[in-house]
Design a binder for this molecule. Structure first.
Ligand code: PMP
Length: 361
């Protein structure tokens, strides 16, 4: 196997090497068909098999109950910021939103175009480093649904268990945490995730929706944004992102080979603990997030001396540790360590950080 640098990008992010190699081997001729998957009709029997297998493997990995529909859509998680209110207000005019970070804010801004938004709790004042105690949450019993971002990718703030919101349907943006551990899908009315972190390449958005909520879209909902249409057409109302769907399917098979989400959860918790321990054990590095809400996937950190950020990034790149800059809106540094990042990559980063501190501290 070819050795490559470790890529800590928040997304598009690392894809397992075994998946890339399989895609490479199958690139020109998928299983004797004489075609690349890119060149196949989405309605042909070959691609139908690829699509159905990916669907079945995802259902198996997440133990998705049969009363949920799974959709493989385009438009990124950002389109879901509109599709959620367009499809799931279900005759109501109000919705509850957690504001725990920059992606929550984007979802809120979009929802305000379609309904009245009530903020359950707002972490702006603490700079998205924690979430206020549930006893202070303002939950509206008349809300059509409650929306929260399970993992705020930029801020590194993660809600490790779904919030208790009573009987109001719970909807979550799991873009940067889906498939990182087992979840209880039945706790949710809908789950959505852009693919480019834990699922595969960009261009695909996975949406999981409880069936009984379909069919109540706002009348002006564009057809392409209508869940019922997409679900009834098995995500093939129009041409779906076929190659990305195929690659997602390869990632799902790889996850099953790794022992599924129980195994991934253990690894991800362990990898993040190693990195947090290294950060907490030094005065040179800092992560300001409340320990209860520290993300397993995205670990932002700062240097005691901000002026050392650029030299840190340059030296890291030299050492084969890529894409450690924080998001452009917040600066600092960030290590994204999704499923495809091996523990060896995290250990290489920690060794590098310790050596950098020795020579610059
Ligand atoms: N939600 C979260 C939590 C994200 O991390 C991102 C992308 N980084 C998005 C939404 C937006 O995703 P997309 O670029 O696929 O629209």
């Amino acid at each position: 196997m070819m050795s490559r640098p470790y890529n800590f990008s928040a997304g598009p992010a690392m894809i397992p090497m075994a998946v890339l190699e399989q895609a490479q081997a199958e690139l020109l001729d998928w299983r004797g068909t004489g075609m690349s998957v890119m060149e196949m009709s989405h309605r042909g029997k070959e691609f139908t098999q690829i699509a159905e297998e990916a669907d079945a493997d995802l259902r198996e990995l997440l133990a998705i109950p049969t009363n949920y529909r799974v959709m493989f859509l385009q438009g990124g998680a950002s389109s879901q910021f509109s599709m959620i209110p367009l499809n799931l207000l279900c005759g109501k005019t109000q919705a509850d939103y957690f504001n725990t970070g920059i992606w929550s804010q984007k979802a809120i801004a979009e929802a305000k175009r379609y309904c009245s938004v009530n903020i359950v709790t707002d972490s702006t004042a603490n700079k998205f480093t924690t979430i206020a105690d549930p006893t202070t949450w303002l939950l509206n019993p008349d809300a059509a649904y409650v929306h929260y971002a399970a993992n705020e990718t930029i801020n590194g703030l993660e809600m490790h268990t779904p919030p208790d919101v009573g009987n109001v349907p719970l909807i979550t943006d799991m873009s940067s945490t889906i498939l990182s551990r087992p979840i209880d899908v039945s706790r949710f009315a809908a789950i959505y995730a852009g693919a480019q972190k834990n699922i595969g390449p960009a261009g695909l958005t996975v949406v999981i929706v409880r069936e009984d909520l379909l069919g109540q879209a706002l009348p002006f909902t564009p057809t392409m944004f209508n869940y019922k249409v997409m679900a009834d057409e098995n995500s093939m109302y129009n041409t779906p992102p076929t190659y990305t769907w195929y690659l997602a399917g390869l990632v799902f098979k790889w996850l099953k080979e790794q022992g599924g989400l129980v195994a991934m959860g253990k690894q991800n918790q362990h990898k993040s603990q190693l990195l947090y321990q290294a950060i907490d054990g030094s005065d040179f590095y800092n992560n300001a997030i409340d320990h209860r809400y520290r993300s397993w996937m995205n670990i932002p950190f700062t240097l005691a001396d901000e002026a050392l950020e650029k030299p840190f990034l340059a030296a890291a790149k030299q050492a084969g540790l890529l894409a450690l800059a924080g998001h452009r809106t917040v600066g600092g540094l960030r290590a994204s360590i999704y499923n495809a990042m091996p523990e060896a990559g995290v250990c290489a980063l920690i060794s590098f950080m310790q050596a950098f501190e020795k020579s610059h501290g």
